[in-house]
Ligand binder design. Structure first.
Ligand code: UT7
Length: 328
């Protein structure tokens, strides 16, 4: 049995910025409300013509550079997204082409905000069995196209971003590896966060488009309550499974949906808030991209160091959730 190490991380935020003050001009909201209820100050927006795979390409190049390997050495691409370039083919294939990879498998993974962690877990299984050595896991979204800028409960939350990890087979005896991952879904809660249109239930049509079926619809309060519950549960499971105490965790990297949610999870464990990686002010909720972007930011600014124990915990539409414990 082999183990998986995080060989390199990268991220990319598009240049265009939409601040809380910009949103005040679009919907009945204000900077103070958004900051107090969510912690968000601004979000980034892809430029017209800038696709999800374009964002992912930039993040992936940075991750490959950090891992000191070329795209040629990759054995697989796993691309977590709910806002890919097109319905078909997989956005992973466009990224595959941009990177100039060999004939390796490349596929998209739809687990919403939990997608990146689901992807890391899948990559870990392929590396543990010895099947592959180097896997690129990406979380990237261009969500602003799915926002209804008349709905103040959703349009203030989401932004565009990409993050990527290169994960590789660890040397024998290397302790800096993924310890375990724990994935869940509760389909009975699927209706809390949806994009209803564009699929087999409400196929693409002018009527459906005019009805706003392509926009994100959310029951925010319900999501909030369940998010704190499932993220805490999953984090607990990872700690217990590895017999690791919360005091031994250097950094908690939660899904960056809302500062209050992240702090409620930290409070559940009596975990110091200054050891929670929280960059939601800068980018809002970028779904599958939040974890790799937050993680990469903390690696590059020196907070996350090799040898530290890191606990990742996430939730997303579905209602999916999961956790992953690693020694970086
Ligand atoms: O990746 C998962 C994605 N989803 C989430 O993470 C969402 C999780 N939920 C949340 O983050 C919070 O529930 C929200 C930030 C969406 C809302 O915060 P809340 O504290 O749950 O507020 P609320 O929905 O209970 O609304 C409180 C008030 C309401 O007014 P009334 O009925 O008290 O008069 C809302 O109409 O705030 C009003 N409100 C707003 N006011 C100003 C809702 N949105 C806004 C807004 N600006 N943007």
């Amino acid at each position: 049995m082999f183990h998986t190490r995080i060989a390199g991380t990268g991220s990319y935020l598009p240049e265009r910025v939409l601040s809380n003050f910009d949103l005040e001009k679009l919907v009945d909201t204000n900077d103070q409300w958004i900051r107090e209820r969510t912690g968000i100050e601004r979000r980034h927006m892809a430029a017209p013509g800038e696709s999800t795979s374009d964002l992912a390409f930039k993040a992936s190049q940075r991750a490959l550079e950090a891992a000191k390997i070329s795209a040629n050495e990759l054995d697989m691409i796993i691309f977590a997204t709910i806002s890919g370039d097109q319905m078909m083919p997989a956005t992973a294939c466009y990224l595959h082409d941009k990177l100039g990879c060999k004939q390796i498998p490349a596929f998209d993974l739809a687990a919403a905000c939990s997608g990146f962690l689901y992807g890391l877990s899948i990559a870990d299984q392929f590396i543990r069995t010895g099947m592959y050595k180097n896997i690129l896991v990406v979380g990237a979204e261009v969500l602003h196209n799915f926002m209804d800028y008349k709905d103040r409960e959703t349009c203030i939350l989401f932004g565009d971003a990409a993050g990527a990890f290169v994960v590789s087979r660890a040397e024998v005896g290397d302790k800096n590896v993924i310890m375990s991952s724990h994935l869940k879904a509760e389909g009975s809660l699927a209706e809390l966060l949806v994009v209803p249109g564009g699929g087999s239930v409400k196929p693409p049509s002018l009527d459906s488009l005019n009805a706003g079926d392509m926009f994100v619809k959310m029951k925010g309060r319900e999501i909030y309550k369940n998010a704190v519950r499932v993220m805490s549960q999953c984090a607990q499971e990872a700690l217990e499974h590895n017999k690791v105490k919360i005091e031994d965790v250097a950094w908690l990297v939660p899904h960056q949906a809302n500062t209050r949610i992240m702090e409620a999870v930290a409070d559940h464990f009596d975990f110091p808030k200054d050891r929670v990686i929280n960059i939601v002010a800068e980018m809002g909720n970028t779904s599958s991209a939040t974890v790799p972007v937050a993680f990469d930011t903390a690696v590059r600014d020196g907070r996350i160091q090799r040898g530290q124990i890191i606990l990742i915990t996430v939730f997303g539409a579905g209602l999916t959730s999961g956790s992953l414990l690693l020694r970086y």
